[in-house]
Design a protein around this ligand. Structure first.
Ligand SMILES: *Cc1c(COP(=O)(O)O)cnc(C)c1O
Length: 478
């Protein structure tokens, strides 16, 4: 007889944060994109399309993207931040952080929503260009930009290059001079604030690779150098303090420090710095424990605190930009897996049920890399069985290959069932790998009746295209 999953009596204790579900079949709507529903039959649907049908037609694992939700979130960000900052100054602009999730289709939706685009590599710039993005609304970040990336950005007519080191000042200036143009630049400042969820740490120094330090004086020195170079136009200062931030506290300290430096530079050099960028980091809900602030609310709070900092320093309000990544893409996608092996394991302090799925750390590295928590639901049927705590794991050769560390699923979860994990729109597909020679899943974009690949699934041929064997005719010099 196969081992039946232990009932709650013998199961491992659930983590204290994980509430026992009233109805293990029900969705918690705030974890799912706007057009995802589940009926009494327990079948998950997106814009009315059953995931049972989608899985049968397109295979698993796959990322499923709620296009209307993605677009609406992007448009809402653009609207509420502009409105809030126009109340107190010249306004705001959002630059979607492409690293969170980017493909040609997504870049197009971002442009239509009225956001700019933040890139940090040649590849991301090329996607933006393929999508027909207006280069004036694109920014180039990065702590180690290549000459090729700088040249490409300037030739394309990029709106801003965010200078990240002293080295870059003469390099960008020389590239601009060679083209007979002036390069629009921002300067990335490390303000000594590291923010995460409800906590932030404010320090005098930061030990990390990005930007130029405010407290050490490097930021002011770099700004002075830029102001002296005729080929560079310093638009303003930039700060990005962290990710998955739920409230304004960290932004408040960062904005105060950035606006202070701006006022000091404007006075010392008799210039005006029209822009300030406060970066991204707006948090989303992965589990019932996450309590992010809505766009509308945080926009108002940030507008007020920037206005207050400007008033304190006697400076004019800048055009303020933000770089949301996760908060746009994250909630718009879920990953659909098929369950395989179900294994009750005696941990010594109860039985833990390991449910293996047909993907894992190659399509979602965040659990292993950042200790991230996710939730999931049984997606192909309803069950009358009691909830048990399970751990959803992948198929890779690592014991750390965990997708969902702790979640309640019905006790009769079994091979062939579909499991859906919400909130996988950001930092999952972009960080996907071919670990264990697993092809990367596609992104199925669903909008109303339309179902098509935004990124098609990788095939074995795609993977082997770069693996010629050690054969004559494949020498790099030929
Ligand atoms: C990663 C990053 C962002 C986006 O962060 P999210 O947490 O996805 O909003 C924005 N700006 C910079 C400079 C970044 O490095």
């Amino acid at each position: 007889m196969p081992a039946h999953i232990a009932g709650s009596l013998h199961a491992v204790p659930s983590p204290v944060w994980l509430p026992f579900p009233d109805d293990v079949n029900a969705l918690m709507p705030s974890l799912w994109s706007a057009n995802v529903t589940k009926g009494d039959d327990g079948v998950l649907r997106i814009a009315g399309h059953s995931v049972v049908d989608l899985a049968a037609a397109h295979g698993t694992p796959m990322y499923v993207l709620d296009v209307a939700d993605f677009r609406a979130r992007a448009a809402e960000f653009a609207t509420v931040f502009s409105r809030a900052f126009e109340r107190v100054g010249p306004g705001a602009r959002g630059y979607y952080a492409g690293k969170a999730f980017l493909c040609t289709a997504a870049a197009g939706w971002i442009a239509e929503a009225g956001l700019g685009l933040d890139c940090c590599t040649l590849g991301e710039l090329m996607v933006a260009q393929r999508a027909g993005f207006d280069p004036a609304l694109v920014g180039l970040h990065g702590n180690n930009k290549s000459d090729e990336e700088i040249a490409y950005a300037l030739d394309w007519g990029i709106g801003r290059i965010v200078i990240d080191s002293f080295d870059e000042i003469p390099r960008v200036a020389a590239a601009a001079a060679a083209r007979g143009i002036t390069a629009p630049v921002m300067l990335r400042i490390t303000v000594g604030v590291e923010a995460h969820t409800h906590d932030f740490i404010a320090t005098a120094h930061e030990d990390q690779k990005f930007g130029l330090s405010l407290q050490g004086g490097d930021a002011a020195a770099a700004a002075a150098q830029i102001i002296d170079v005729p080929e560079l136009e310093l638009l303003g200062l930039h700060s990005h303090i962290g990710s998955q931030i739920f409230d304004k506290a960290g932004f408040e300290v960062a904005a105060g420090r950035i606006i202070g430096l701006r006022a000091q530079l404007e006075r010392a050099h008799g210039v005006s710095l029209p822009e300030v960028d406060l970066g991204g980091g707006f948090g989303i809900q992965y589990t019932s424990q996450d309590t992010p602030t809505s766009f509308a609310e945080i926009a108002e709070q940030l507008a007020d605190l920037v206005a207050k900092a400007c008033a304190e320093h006697g400076s004019a309000m800048p055009l303020v930009s933000f770089e949301p990544g996760r908060a746009i893409a994250g909630p718009a996608m879920f990953t659909l897996y098929r369950a395989g092996t179900v294994k009750p394991v005696d941990t010594g302090s109860g039985v833990r049920c390991y449910v293996s799925v047909d993907g894992g750390m190659s399509d979602n590295i965040r659990t292993a890399l950042y200790d991230a928590d996710y939730s999931c639901t049984l997606a192909n049927r309803a069950s009358a069985e009691p909830p048990v705590v399970v751990r959803v794991v992948g198929k890779h050769c690592e014991s750390g290959d965990i997708v969902v560390r702790d979640e309640y699923l019905p006790a009769d979860i079994t091979a062939g069932d579909l499991i859906a994990v919400p909130g996988t729109g950001a930092y999952c597909r972009p960080l996907a790998s071919n670990y264990n020679h697993v092809p990367r899943p596609g992104v199925l974009a669903v909008e109303g009746a339309e179902v098509r690949w935004a990124i098609r699934p990788e095939s074995y041929q795609d993977m082997f295209a770069t693996d010629p064997g050690f054969a004559p005719g494949t020498d790099p010099e030929e």
